[in-house]
Write a protein that binds this ligand. Sequence first.
Ligand SMILES: NC(=O)c1ccc[n+]([C@@H]2O[C@H](COP(=O)([O-])OP(=O)(O)OC[C@H]3O[C@@H](n4cnc5c(N)ncnc54)[C@H](O)[C@@H]3O)[C@@H](O)[C@H]2O)c1
Ligand SMILES: O=C(O)[C@H](O)COP(=O)(O)O
Length: 600
Amino acid sequence: MATSAASCAASLRQPSLKLSLSSKHSLSPLFSVSFNHKRAPPRLVIIASAAADGISSKPTVLIAEKLGQAGLDLLNEFANVDCAYNLSPEELCTKISLCDALIVRSGTKVNRDVFESSAGRLKVVGRAGVGIDNVDLAAATEFGCLVVNAPTANTVAAAEHGIALLAAMARNVAQADASVKAGKWQRNKYVGVSLVGKTLAVLGFGKVGSEVARRAKGLGMHVIAHDPYAPADRARAIGVDLVSFDEAIATADFISLHMPLTPATSKVLNDETFGKMKKGVRIINVARGGVIDEEALVRALDSGRVAQAALDVFTEEPPPADSKLVQHERVTVTPHLGASTMEAQEGVAIEIAEAVVGALKGELAATAVNAPMVPAEVLTELKPFVELAEKLGRLAVQLVAGGSGVKTVKVSYASSRAPDDLDTRLLRAMITKGLIEPISDVFVNLVNADYTAKQRGLRLTEERILLDGSPESPLEFIQVQIANVESKFASAISESGEIKVEGRVKDGVPHLTKVGSFEVDVSLEGSIILCRQVDQPGMIGTVGSILGSENVNVSFMSVGRVAPRKHAVMAIGVDEQPRKETLKKIGDVPAIEEFVFLKL
Ligand SMILES: NC(=O)c1ccc[n+]([C@@H]2O[C@H](COP(=O)([O-])OP(=O)(O)OC[C@H]3O[C@@H](n4cnc5c(N)ncnc54)[C@H](O)[C@@H]3O)[C@@H](O)[C@H]2O)c1
Ligand SMILES: O=C(O)[C@H](O)COP(=O)(O)O
């Protein structure tokens, strides 16, 4: 039972609230969730609060590889743009500590050293293209750096290049061209093979793979594809049969590779798999060099198992000048040109510039690679609950005696929405942030929350409490329980033995509504003093006047009790942090049995 005894200064409630996620780095940008109650929609904000030179407040974006002008124009409107191409790894590490965002293509290795050297300032890496195998995603996540890519703008260019290589290889265009230019006329040597009626196996039936398939069908080829994750209806729509890997490689006359480079696809074409192919098979690779064991390919070419190969990508780029594969007579090569058309580069530049600017402004990126993509409308709805989630985490951990022993946390979301209609990833991340930041020097955000929790051995389980009623609001309340710990404030321990805090959103403002078994009602702003006392008249006045005499402004007071004249818990919201002596005076009030000061 909660009695809102005094709402002393509700009018002082601040309309906007900024939850800084990285204020621990003095000159670094703030990466914050910023909610201004006057301004919708909510944003996950990465703000360059102060440039390292201390002069400009614009974020700095380092462009490490050539980017189309349209993208540069977009970036220039919002940021200081530093174009520095061909940096050595050391130069990149030196520059990065002055940058809020970095944009690269496939030629720059964004490894752990880069994130370490950025000392927390780098908040977004933009990959101007699809493949993110040159970015150390684990390190990015660990350092709380968002990675975004530009996954769509170069699809057609890559597919067209695949088809160009397919046709050029089949008709020996590159070799014949070199021969004519060398003064020869070798019409018999360069007799090719036809495409029509041949079987093309597309490995990786994603964006590029399906565009290649569509075009190959137009050339009269029979197209099959292997992709464990591709939807069958997409294949059916193009008239492509999805088959097993073994069937694909065993029946194909041509094999075109279009999967990402991952541990599962690394060297997927190797001695063993070449051995399963038709003799005289032809290979096209515009995906990533690493999906082929290049030495095995040389052996397969030499043995005649593979008749020809056309390669745009290599394990090492550029490949060594004396590479047997590159020099092989039956191999056609291009220097990673798949995405290199005027149109694709303009498109990619705009796509990545928009994603990076959006991320720096705080919009959750639609092309985030290492963070959940939460649609804007979901975010708008969850805004006050996100704030509530972090504050409950902060409160709960501060109630633990020796907070670092927190290992098991249960979060319950009470909602009348069907579980599928409630995306809790953002809430979980913010609770994690609230739990970890007060007791450590790491900063936690949406990108690194799960990682950081795992690193610290913090296990967070989530459950839904399904309520009856109309599901207008996404949530009724959130409960955070910490098990197997002792509390500085014994009254925060529930009947079942865990520290328990519960909160709700009222008029858009997060409120603490339960501590242990006591119902209270205090808005989660400023800081909170929780006192357990023997319920008796005059307690609110006594504590209120101690705080008043010390010039501490009380914003809210509420008393929750089990029964009249028994134990009660008083929750007091304060705008300023009381001095130690002031808190001692409260503790000295005879009816007060225990109290705790909690910073939000
Ligand atoms: N050469 C270039 O300049 C160039 C240009 C664009 C893309 N690419 C590369 O092409 C590849 C495909 O790009 P995309 O845009 O089509 O990506 P995509 O994500 O749309 O498609 C990749 C497909 O590969 C599938 N896949 C994953 N693992 C697989 C496996 N083990 N076996 C078979 N299929 C698997 C996925 O399910 C997905 O459908 C990427 O490696 C990308 O980096 C290269
Ligand atoms: O993955 C990609 O988008 C392509 O490989 C293109 O790479 P690039 O941006 O270096 O041309």
